[in-house]
Unconditional design. Structure first.
Length: 411
């Protein structure tokens, strides 16, 4: 008798389209694709209207606690983290074969570790970025030392860690060595969707996308727009996103006299609509000082739009931009951004074909999902070497030990 598919429980406190960001997009893209190998259930807060359980694209979504805002002011809410962590204990009474969780907000990993130990199931955690002790203290003050130790200790809990970028994998390895297997399954792009989405009818000179948080440095972008306008080179700019810095950024644009040049879009939930806006833009600016990957920058590259980002040490998106034939990396200042806009704009006007198709194929979600499915099978006792999926054809059922180079299924 044919056995049913294994059940994968994916736990994250934020999901798209109700909250938009890199990790939310990752779950939106991967969960339906994982249905090829497993019965997928996502556990989160009650973001949506209606019953606590809903089905979308074949994935079952469960609300394990009421919705609580992620942020208290400009920082992540401790109350939300504690409530969500306690709610995670409800998975003790849910059926699953392997549990995957997002690493934020860390505290919930303790509850999920208890759940998986009691249920004797595999525990896999996806890590998007690794913070240093300095970053934690800058963010939380003296309490940051405790948060840094919590993050470091949390790395020892999973049976396997999925790193959302090669650079994050390196930083994890620096912290824990080979104590826990690490599989790199980078964030990706939907190349098929990008190929078919038309450019929006209303073009912009520049566009930037991201959650409106202080480390995204949209303030530098607005300063850049003001510098260009003062130099007689006005640029029409679109900023797509929402977040705690929303009001202050609006006020900054008005204060600098460039409110008429900066258009904020807080209402873009559809991936197709976002891509159409990017495609219609002349340049994509990504001034962030801290990124674990940078999906928005990768999407812009795939759209054929030149990307400008900064050389900030913790901005891992610069590694993607370096691979692009038409990317520009500059110092993290408004003056440097303005100079980069002049340089990239001149290149664009030369009529160059802005494509990076050869290396972009490795970031297609259809390929990334195989890395994730492989990681969901990895045993903690196994030291994982770099893994390359054998292709995109369906894997044959195989319940034996995890092979080194050719996984068979999630179970």
């Amino acid at each position: 008798m044919m056995r049913s598919k294994p059940i994968v429980a994916m736990v994250t406190d934020a999901i798209a389209p109700f909250n938009n960001g890199g990790k939310e997009q990752r779950y939106r893209e991967l969960a339906p694709r994982l249905r090829r190998y497993a019965d997928v259930h996502v556990y989160s807060m009650h973001w949506w209207d209606g019953p606590r359980t809903m089905v979308q694209d074949g994935v079952t979504y469960h609300a394990i606690c009421p919705f609580v805002p992620l942020y208290a002011g400009r920082r992540r809410s401790i109350a939300q983290a504690l409530l969500f962590s306690l709610a995670c204990l409800r998975l003790c009474f849910r059926r699953f074969d392997v549990l995957e969780a997002d690493h934020m907000p860390y505290i919930h990993l303790l509850a999920l570790k208890l759940v998986t130990v009691l249920r004797r199931k595999r525990f896999v955690v996806t890590w998007h970025e690794v913070w240093s002790a300095r970053q934690w203290t800058d963010y939380l003050g003296p309490a940051g030392r405790f948060a840094w130790r919590l993050e470091r200790w949390s790395m020892s809990l999973p049976d396997c860690i999925i790193a959302a970028s090669p650079q994050t994998a390196d930083r994890l390895r620096d912290q824990i060595g080979y104590e826990v297997p690490i599989v790199t399954a980078a964030n990706g792009v939907d190349l098929a969707l990008i190929a078919h989405v038309p450019a929006a009818a209303d073009p912009f000179d520049m566009i930037s996308v991201g959650r409106l948080l202080s480390h995204k440095r949209f303030d530098l972008l607005i300063d850049c727009v003001a510098l260009l306008a003062a130099a007689g080179k006005p640029q029409r700019c679109c900023i797509v996103g929402n977040g705690p810095e929303r009001q202050s950024l609006h006020e900054q644009a008005d204060r600098l006299g460039v409110g008429h040049l900066v258009e904020f879009r807080h209402d873009v939930d559809s991936p197709a609509e976002l891509l159409s806006l990017v495609k219609a833009s002349r340049l994509f600016l990504f001034p962030s000082e801290r990124e674990g990957f940078g999906i928005a920058a990768l999407e812009a590259i795939a759209c054929g739009v030149p990307v400008i980002t900064t050389s900030a040490p913790d901005n891992l998106a610069r590694d993607l931009v370096e691979r692009s034939a038409h990317g520009v990396i500059c110092e993290p200042t408004a003056t440097a951004l303005a100079s980069a806009v002049d340089l990239a704009g001149a290149r664009h006007d030369d009529g160059l074909e802005h494509r990076d198709d050869e290396w972009l194929a490795e970031y297609d979600w259809a390929a990334i999902v195989e890395y994730v499915a492989h990681a969901l099978r990895v045993r903690r006792s196994k030291r994982v070497e770099p893994y390359s999926p054998p292709g995109l054809s369906p894997w044959r059922p195989d319940r034996s030990a995890v092979p080194a180079t050719a996984p068979a299924s999630v179970r």
